[in-house]
Write a protein that binds this ligand. Structure first.
Ligand code: SF4
Ligand code: SF4
Length: 208
């Protein structure tokens, strides 16, 4: 199954508008209902929430574009951040922060702080640092999406090892095997479909 870029863009803009609307009317906690649906969907279909719904993901997509246009040099993400357990430390910190802000009626301030942090991170580092380490929603969905029966997969037999897919992957989740063929670590796949578009011989598919 192919993932349509136009549909994804429309979906992201629509959900961003919903998020801003909820924020303006002071009902931003309703967004959590959408996130709960995203968790349920991820169990069967992977991290659609990240690639198609999340307001932060949409913001980061825009930031990547701006960064490219302004030619802002990218700082190499320190190897330490590749530790898989680290995301759960940030998840715990995020929970503590949100509870504290809720208790003090500072929800809006919390949203601004988290949004600002995501902008700074994505402006100077590869955006995967946000998706795979700092983002609390991503951390939770990396657990639930393990069970998904539909995943983005590469037909390794046909792959010509050109590397075009990994260069566009926003979550740097395309691995190089010993034989140079590419393989997707699906727990961090955002189902964005960018690798499918980039692959010159179309051997990447969203399937069982
Ligand atoms: S593996 Fe493909 S679909 Fe998944 S996040 Fe990377 S580019 Fe997007
Ligand atoms: S873009 Fe396609 S052919 Fe090239 S490495 Fe990725 S999967 Fe293989």
């Amino acid at each position: 199954m192919k993932l349509n870029k136009t549909f994804r863009t429309i979906s992201q803009i629509l959900f961003l508008a919903i998020f801003v609307f909820l924020l303006i009317i002071g009902k931003n906690m309703l967004w959590m209902a959408l996130f709960a649906i995203g968790v349920l969907v991820s169990i069967f279909f992977g991290r659609f929430y990240c690639g198609w719904v999340c307001q932060m993901g949409t913001l980061l997509r825009g930031m990547s574009y701006i960064k490219k246009k302004l030619r802002i040099p990218q700082i190499k993400t320190p190897g330490f951040f590749k530790q898989k357990w680290l995301r759960f430390v940030f998840f715990a910190l995020f929970l503590g922060f949100i509870i504290l802000m809720q208790k003090n009626g500072l929800q809006l301030f919390a949203v601004l702080i988290i949004t600002g942090l995501s902008i700074v991170v994505s402006l100077f580092f590869h955006e995967s640092l946000w998706h795979n380490v700092f983002c609390p929603y991503g951390s939770l969905l990396s657990l639930t999406s393990r069970f998904a029966f539909l995943k983005v997969k590469i037909n390794e037999e046909k792959c010509i090892s050109c590397g075009k897919c990994e260069r566009v992957c926003p979550s740097e989740t395309i691995l190089i095997k010993e034989n140079k063929k590419r393989q997707i670590d699906t727990i961090d796949c955002l189902i964005c479909g960018k690798c499918m578009e980039a692959c010159p011989i179309k051997v990447i598919d969203y399937k069982k």
